[in-house]
Each structure stands twice: as structure tokens, then as C-alpha cells.
Design a protein around this ligand. Structure first.
Ligand code: CP
Length: 325
């Protein structure tokens, strides 16, 4: 007869995070709660949590926020990082994603990967025996979405019943992860995009299904004013993602009417905030007076990358004993 091990109190322990929909709404809410708790604590207070642990950061694309916020998060939790960029690590080129995952799993305790295509990341994660975190792929940017919902919750107390409007290329990784997290926490997501850049019906249906238990919904509008009217949050991102530069001219022409300007912000709620994952292009997807204005939350959002990722690391790598439940 074998003793049955008790279920771990922390359901995220030992898991990874490639996409927001891998979480339940309760797990997502808990991560945000944990992030708020860690943010409120002095930065030295949790230095023993990840002592002796190593996080590998393997980035095929440039990064400021994701790289530095993970590095500082690990330092503040007592662990260490190692970084490999570009040509040193290209997933699936020198060897299969599976072989690389098996090898790295023997060296480090967790791995963050920023890559182009999503599928090799999935292959890598399946073969890894340590948690793998998506630091941005073509399909998803879950770490950004964690920081986004943390920022919105700080400003409004809860996402339930809020209208969060995403303007621009509504098919990109940031838009999708933000929308997933928002509907799971009960928000109404409006996409404002031309038909060429609107989410597919399948994507909208998937978002509405994801939001069903918490009352979250998703709709797309071709008219930017209809998308922005009454919104609590206006969010945008660069019109052309990294690696998509060949579409820049077309995107600039198609997405110009969806730029977040003071005039468009005027259709949102008086208390509305502006969000952007950064880096931003002033005069393109957002005017300088909006991103540098009083309603802009972009630097709180960028700071929150670190707090959200501290929560994620604690959740994936520890039993989270002593943390708020
Ligand atoms: N928002 C974001 O992911 O920023 P970086 O590309 O600088 O990491």
C-alpha cells in the first residue's frame, strides 16, 4: 500500500506559464493578490524565498522591461539569473527544443524564453522538467498581462464590470493576453480595429467562453469611437510587432484612425486611464499629450512587471507558505 501525498496547497507549484488561459480565474486572482502583497513589502524582506535558485533567461528578441524586471525580481527574492541572447540561443536551431529542454532542466530551476513562433516554445515546455515561462512569443505575452491586470486592479479595486478598450492591431500577442486576463476577471473587453486587424470570430468566441464564469465579455468594433465610448481603460501597443517590419507601411495606413489621442480619450470615462506595454512610438499609436499626460499609467504598468513576475516566481517555485492565499 502506498501513502498518497497530500495535494500541495499552492496549485501553481512546479507549473510553467505559456499563456494566460492555463490559469483558472481563481489562480489569476491569487497571483494578483500575491503581487500586491510582495509589492507592499520592503524589497529585502523576501530574500530567502528563492535563495540558491537559478532562473535562465533565453531571449531571441530584444527586451528592456522583461529582461531587467525578471533579473531584479530574482535578485530581490535571493536567487540568481543567467542570460543568453540572440545567436547564443535560438530555439530549435542547433538542436531540437526537446534536447535543449532536457539539458537546461538539469542546470537551472526555471526558464524564461522570449521567442518568435509559439509552437517550439510549447515543445520545449513539454520536455522541460522545470517551469518554463513565456517571456513573449508570437501568440502570447502572459507576463505583460499579469502586470496589466495588477495595474488596473490597483487603480479601480477590481476589474469586474470595467470596460477595457484595446485599440490598434487587435490580433497581437499583447492584445490577446490582456483580453484573456481581463475577461477572466470579469471585465468587458472592446477591441477597436479595422477588419484587417480585428480578432477572428473564433478568438472572440474563445474569449467569451473564458469569461463566462466571471461575467467577462469581448466584442470588436470597427469604429474607434464606439470602442472607446464609456471605457475605463484605453490600451494600445505599437502598430507593427517585432519581426513584422515588412507590414509597417500598410499597418500605419490602416491603423491611423485608431491612434489614442486626447480627442479619442474624451469619449472614455472622465476617470479613464491610458495604458501601453511599451516601448511606445509617440505620434503613431499614441499622441505625446496622452502618454505623457495625467491619465497615463504606463510607468506604473512597467514597474508592475517586476512585482507581477515576483509573484509568478514565488508561485511556480515555492510552496508559497506564509504568503496570502
Ligand atoms: N513590454 C515589454 O515586453 O517590454 P520589453 O520588450 O522591453 O521586454
Amino acid at each position: 500500500m502506498y501513502a498518497v501525498a497530500p495535494a500541495p496547497a499552492n496549485p501553481l507549484f512546479g507549473r510553467g506559464l505559456l499563456s494566460i488561459e492555463e490559469l483558472t480565474p481563481a489562480e489569476l486572482s491569487w497571483l494578483v493578490r500575491l503581487a500586491r502583497y510582495l509589492k507592499a513589502a520592503p524589497s529585502h524582506e523576501h530574500r530567502s524565498l528563492l535563495r540558491g535558485r537559478t532562473l535562465a533567461l533565453l531571449f531571441e528578441k530584444p527586451s528592456l522591461r522583461t529582461r531587467v524586471s525578471f533579473e531584479v525580481a530574482m535578485q530581490q527574492l535571493g536567487g540568481q539569473t543567467l542570460f543568453a541572447a540572440g545567436g547564443e540561443f535560438l530555439i530549435g536551431t542547433r538542436e531540437t527544443p526537446e534536447d535543449a529542454a532536457h539539458v537546461l532542466s538539469r542546470y537551472v530551476d526555471a526558464i524564461v524564453i522570449r521567442t518568435h513562433a509559439h509552437e517550439p516554445l510549447v515543445q520545449f515546455a513539454r520536455a522541460s522538467s522545470v517551469p518554463v515561462i513565456n517571456g513573449l512569443s508570437a501568440a502570447a505575452h502572459p507576463c505583460q498581462a499579469l502586470a496589466d491586470v495588477l495595474t488596473i486592479e490597483e487603480r479601480f479595486g477590481s476589474l469586474a464590470g470595467l470596460t477595457i478598450t484595446y485599440l490598434g492591431d487587435a490580433r497581437n500577442n499583447v492584445a490577446y493576453s490582456l483580453a484573456q486576463a481581463s475577461v477572466m476577471l470579469g471585465a468587458r473587453v472592446h477591441f477597436g480595429a479595422p477588419n484587417s486587424h480585428r480578432p477572428s470570430e473564433a478568438m472572440l468566441a474563445a474569449l467569451n467562453a473564458l469569461g463566462e464564469s466571471s461575467g467577462g465579455t469581448a466584442r470588436a468594433f470597427a469604429d474607434p469611437v464606439r470602442a472607446a465610448r464609456g471605457a475605463d481603460v484605453l490600451y494600445t501597443d505599437v502598430w507593427t510587432s517585432m519581426g513584422e517590419e515588412r507590414y509597417r507601411e500598410r499597418n500605419d495606413a490602416m491603423l491611423r484612425p485608431y491612434a489614442v489621442t486626447d480627442a479619442l480619450l474624451g469619449y472614455a470615462q472622465p476617470h479613464a486611464i491610458f495604458m501601453h506595454c511599451l516601448p511606445a512610438h509617440r505620434g503613431e499609436e499614441v499622441s505625446a499629450d496622452v502618454i505623457d499626460g495625467a491619465k497615463s499609467a504606463v510607468f506604473d504598468q512597467a514597474e508592475n512587471r517586476m512585482h507581477a513576475q515576483k509573484a509568478l516566481l514565488v508561485a511556480l517555485l515555492t510552496d508559497a507558505k506564509g504568503m496570502p492565499q
